[in-house]
Design a protein around this ligand. Sequence first.
Ligand code: SAH
Length: 343
Amino acid sequence: MTDIKSMTQSEITDALTDMGEAAFRGKQVFAWLQGGATSFDEMSNLSKPLRAKLAERYYITAPKVARKQVSRLDGTVKYLWELRDGNCIETVLMSYHHGNTVCISSQAGCRMGCRFCASTVAGKARDLAPSEMLDQVLFTRLDSGVEISNIVLMGIGEPMDNLDNVLRFLELANHPDGLNMGMRHISLSTCGVVPGIDRLAEMGLQLTLSVSLHAPDSATRSRIMPVNNAYDVEDLFDACHRYFTKTGRRISFEYAMIDGVNDSDAQADLLAKKIRGMPGHVNLIPLNDVVESEFRPSKRVAAFQKRLESHGVTATVRRSLGGDIDASCGQLRRKAMEGREEA
Ligand code: SAH
């Protein structure tokens, strides 16, 4: 059995013409899938024999809502989805003044090992298929009834560690007969996998690249992010330069503020020095407390921001949403895996 929702429209069309069907059937099936159909029986403009033939060869992914939490503070919605094989992943729906953003996972778990992050505590279970990334958008949209204007690949997992599937997902989400999501409305966040950044740069896509920097110097970064031992922060900055040169797109540097680790004035000065001349901006994130982690949120966010700005670097502080619903970074999945969740 093959996962039909991970196939591009032209692959579906080829498969159907091989079965002796007219080419326009491909477009129809693709549209049904992107509309969130969960069975071939729903595809009422296909003949019954064709629906039966398709059901013999293909399956249609459809995650089940294992848990849904709505923030009383700001309406942020967090979904815990159960996949076909029982693995669970998270998706967050956030409303901003410029529209609704859905934050999706790219892997079940993560193997990058960032020391402050809940997603990586139990390692990686598996990569997500393109269909499973698309489903997070399709079913969030269907369940919530709101239109999605932006997609961010900032949920559980490292997109660059599953780049083939991520690129295929982007192609699916971008297709005019489907979600039709413009690349400029998609962001991809990486912990700094240099070959992935270069591969993406080569493609020249107009999406926004976010780099989870979290420290301007090698010693601090290696302490909190093991990926820095494979791709040093200096190489990472070089890759960011190459990315900008190739794509002309500004990079967003994520910086989670950790008490006594990366929040000194000296680190702000070094950060400013490193990114001066690089078209990009710094997004300061108040650290989310993760029970498993030894790190605590910094109390110097505003001071750090001021210091950066005194050097002419633009820095914003990310508004924290869903603070009452574990809306960040694998926290709900962790609780579910451990049976820690109440009710
Ligand atoms: N693997 C990718 C995308 C997923 S993480 C990446 O590393 O970019 C999404 C963002 O949340 C990253 O910037 C990550 O470093 C950050 N993050 C993880 N744990 C956090 C925590 N406890 N508090 C604040 N931000 C956190």
